[in-house]
Ligand binder design. Structure first.
Ligand code: GCW
Length: 849
């Protein structure tokens, strides 16, 4: 027996080591997709040992060239456990050779660079030189060499063959930039993963390690620019004191070929320049911007340029002087041009004091109405940065018609990686399939075959520049974005910025392998979860293109269905007792559909052709309207919300099937988040369904809505130290009411007697976990304490007004409780600070495990 060669002790030891390697190594997520995990497949390891030379020669002397070399050494050491030997000239053996075309040509005169490589593109080619195999990583510029190196390492991490390489890649578009909405005080607008990695206390942080590591992550995807301050810009970010600090960030980015960009405040000439005006046509203002730009370039010679939000949501802009957006963009763009800098001027301009009673007004029209008429007036280093949809990063929007409305102006599409309206990295929501729909959407801007991706890359109307911008908002959380699965969005953004033709499936699978390894079950399960997650989120939040039904006033997280109505923000859905949806038709509505080219305009204008998924974006419809699917609108709302919750419950099961196959730390973190998501999805479902039921008066054909036989409302329990109160908005509590402690000593108790059959059950307590206190909860069954917990979560994300509502509603489930008729179920609580241990209801379900 072969086994007899092993001593039993050794066998046990080997087993322990191998299980240890798979399951219990804690991983924080800091390394993201650049883990360079040791390749454990022996045949692949052998193959790489053979095909990868032992020597690396880097011909360039720049910092970027050095980064490429160091990265190659780091990656190979991680994956193969070997340290490449550095030589300065081609050795008398096989080698990896890194250099630009010019450099390679000198070292290998027979080498022919492919003619069709563009800036930042690269070429991986195995050649034979003096009988030795040389793996060349080359490009027209050093950035391309770095991107080629990362690509080779990604191939190895994906365990793809590398023995005879002959591959060339060009980026789809020149602009591939990240925006961070960080404030100098260290907070991040719409950031859900901790404080800024760049700023603290009004200054750039001293230790820029995180900034350097971030630049490396970005470079690994081919991203070449990053802005580091909020578009709602503090003017001081570019005063003389801060320019010196910005230079340090540029220095941290430089080795990774990432250019620094800064957001500017259009009022700067006045607020920091000492002028009494910021009129873009005033010679003193022109002089201010010229000098400011020169001063920045004196400190940062490779500075990328500015990003500008003007005349939007209270930010100052050219309208103060009756000037145009073109005047504003050009006055800052001209001095930049002398240094090859660019200005991104945001298309996100709309009136947030609009009259909601006027049914002809429409925020969706704003970007096109503002910018279409200025086409041709912008200088060629001005890029109009346009959000993917016409409103504001909602869960489902059509592509912005402005992409098809500018023929003589450079554009970039702005995507939001940070999940502002998509669950704020508490919910799993992989955005790539959503972005793909927009990028691939044919706007028919010049006949057929003019997808958004081609328009923004300048390919349709021959613009020299353009591309893609992503609002990432990574923070100090160790894993960058908070949720262990959320980095798939940053990865996916970068991959699409480089190549928008990649499929969502490919991106999901790549990311999963790089992040969690190659176990086929792990790869399949996590990719499936990611790929289903956006539609799942849409299902339990906002249906049929109506928008998110999210509370739009403050935190943009939980439900708050009427918050969009009756105010000037313009995210109206016009839901009332008759029907819901914005009439954006030419025939009877706001005329928005006319901003699209035919046949797109016709498709949206007519109910016959308008797709269900966007029907409420374009049409106001009665609740009993029958969709193309054959369902009534109202039944679709009910069904999709119940399905959505079931899908999240399935995510939990899918994830649990990976126990032992994913390291414990990320396994546990993700499981906790998914379980939380189930409870919050239920809150969403119930809020939306209750609201639609009340408005429409039409019952759910399957009798689920407002009919929860297993639910005991807190307001119906026996209360001690508690009072009943109306939750606002009403739909965010079951039945509109909940209870909160009012006793002087802060203690409360709520109880009821179980009346059902004996058996095993799960008990779920739906309560509100605010940020302004840590209440204590103890659950007793027939006098026996079965669980206790603290309401110590910071929902949704640390910095919200803390009230019992759709943002803070959360669920605690105790599994496997034996109940007998007449058992008393009691919750004893202690309030803390402003959090009065609020409870919405208890639900008793047959035990799931
Ligand atoms: O979606 C909205 C956000 C604002 C943001 C604005 C914008 C930076 O709620 O927080 O401000 O968009 O994109 O300018």
């Amino acid at each position: 027996m072969k086994i007899s060669h092993f001593s039993p002790g050794l066998f046990v030891l080997l087993l322990t080591i191998s299980t240890f390697a798979v399951s219990s190594r804690a991983e924080t997520g800091y390394d993201a997709w650049l883990r360079y995990e040791k390749i454990d497949d022996a045949s692949i390891q052998r193959d790489y040992d053979k095909s990868l030379p032992a020597v690396v020669v880097t011909l360039g002397r720049t910092e970027v060239a050095q980064s490429a070399q160091n990265e190659l050494i780091r990656g190979v050491r991680g994956m193969l456990g070997r340290t490449l030997r550095i030589e300065t000239a081609l050795p008398d053996e096989n080698a990896v050779l890194l250099g630009t075309f010019d450099e390679i040509k000198k070292a290998v005169p027979t080498f022919n660079a492919p003619a069709d490589l563009k800036e930042d593109g690269f070429y991986l080619k195995t050649v034979s030189v003096a009988g030795h195999r040389v793996l060349i990583i080359t490009a027209p510029n050093e950035h391309g060499v770095l991107y080629g190196t990362f690509t080779l390492l990604r191939k190895m991490s994906l365990q793809e063959p590398i023995s005879m390489l002959d591959e060339m890649e060009n980026p789809y578009a020149p602009v591939r930039i990240i925006n961070q909405w960080d404030n100098p005080n260290g907070t991040i607008e719409r950031g859900y993963a901790g404080r800024s990695i760049f700023w603290e206390d009004g200054h750039v942080v001293k230790d820029l390690k995180r900034a350097r590591d971030y630049a490396r992550l970005l470079a690994s995807l081919g991203i070449n620019g990053c802005s580091i301050n909020n578009v709602n810009a503090d003017p001081h970010a570019i005063d003389s004191e801060h320019v010196a600090e910005l230079a340090r960030v540029a220095e941290a980015f430089r080795p990774w070929g990432v250019k620094l960009f800064v957001c500017i405040n259009f009022g700067s000439p006045k607020s920091i320049g000492g002028l009494d005006t910021f009129d873009p046509l005033d010679p003193r203002v022109i002089d201010f911007w010229n000098k400011k730009v020169d001063a920045i370039y004196a400190a940062i010679p490779d500075f990328g340029g500015f990003i500008m939000k003007a005349d939007s949501e209270g930010e100052l802009g050219p309208s103060a002087y009756g000037r145009t957006h073109a005047d504003a963009a050009n006055v800052v763009g001209r001095p930049l041009k002398a240094h090859s800098g660019i200005v991104f001027y945001r298309g996100f301009v709309y009136n947030h004091h609009a009259d909601w009673r006027n049914l002809k007004l429409d925020r969706a029209r704003a970007a096109y109405d503002n910018f279409h008429q200025l086409d041709g007036k912008f200088d060629d280093n001005v890029i109009i940065q346009i959000k993917n949809g016409p409103i504001d990063f909602q869960v489902r929007e059509p592509a912005s018609p402005l992409f098809g409305g500018l023929e003589k102006t450079a554009m970039a599409i702005e995507l939001q990686i940070t999940q502002e309206y998509l669950g704020q990295q508490r919910h799993l929501c992989f955005e790539v399939p959503m972005w793909k729909e927009t990028l691939d959407f044919d706007l028919h801007a010049r006949g057929a075959n003019t997808p958004v991706k081609a328009l923004v890359a300048g390919k349709v109307f021959g613009q020299p520049t353009g591309g893609i911008a992503g609002v990432a908002n990574v923070g100090l959380d160790t894993n960058w974005l908070g949720h262990p699965l959320a980095m798939a969005n940053l990865y996916g953004f970068g991959r699409l910025a480089w190549n928008p033709d990649l499929s969502s499936e490919q991106i999901a699978r790549e990311w999963t392998k790089l992040t969690f390894g190659h176990d086929p079950q792990v790869v399949r399960t996590i990719s499936d979860m990611q790929l289903d997650s956006w539609r799942t989120y849409e299902n339990y939040t906002g249906p049929l293109g109506v928008g998110g039904l999210t509370d739009i006033i403050e935190v943009h997280y939980g439900p708050g269905i009427k918050s969009s109505e009756g105010n000037g923000w313009g995210q109206w859905h016009r839901g009332d007792t008759h029907g819901i949806g914005m009439d954006r038709t030419v025939a009877t509505g706001t005329g928005y559909t006319a901003q699209y080219h035919p046949p797109v305009s016709d498709r949206y204008e007519s109910l016959k052709t308008c797709p269900d998924e966007l029907v409420l974006f374009f049409h106001h419809l009665p609740y009993d309207y029958v969709l193309h699917s054959g369902k009534t609108l109202i039944q679709h709302v009910y069904d999709s919300h119940y399905e959505g919750v079931e899908q999240v419950q399935k995510f939990v099961e899918q994830w649990e099937s990976l126990k032992g196959k994913v390291d414990e730390q990320r396994y546990n973190e993700t499981l906790a988040l998914l379980e939380y998501q189930v409870g919050h999805a239920m809150e969403w479902r119930d809020a939306v369904c209750q609201w639609f039921f009340k408005m429409s008066g039409i019952p759910d054909q399957y009798h689920r809505v407002n009919n929860d036989p297993n639910r005991i409302e807190a307001e119906s329990m026996k209360l001690d130290g508690y009072e009943i109160f109306d939750v606002k908005p009403w739909e965010t509590a079951s039945g509109g009411k909940a209870i909160r402690i009012v006793s002087a000593d802060g203690h409360g108790s709520a109880s009821f007697n179980y009346t059902g059959k004996p058996g095993w059950f799960d008990l779920a307590v739906q309560y509100y976990d605010q940020t302004n206190g840590v209440s204590q909860y103890k659950l007793f069954v027939a006098g026996q304490k079965v669980d206790q917990w603290l309401a110590d979560d910071l929902l949704p994300s640390r910095n919200v007004p803390s009230l019992p509502n759709g943002h803070t509603s959360t669920r605690h489930t105790v599994h496997g409780i034996a109940l007998r008729p007449n058992d008393e179920i009691r919750i004893d609580t202690i309030a803390d600070g402003g959090e009065k241990a609020p409870i919405d209801y208890v639900e008793i379900e047959p035990a799931s495990h």
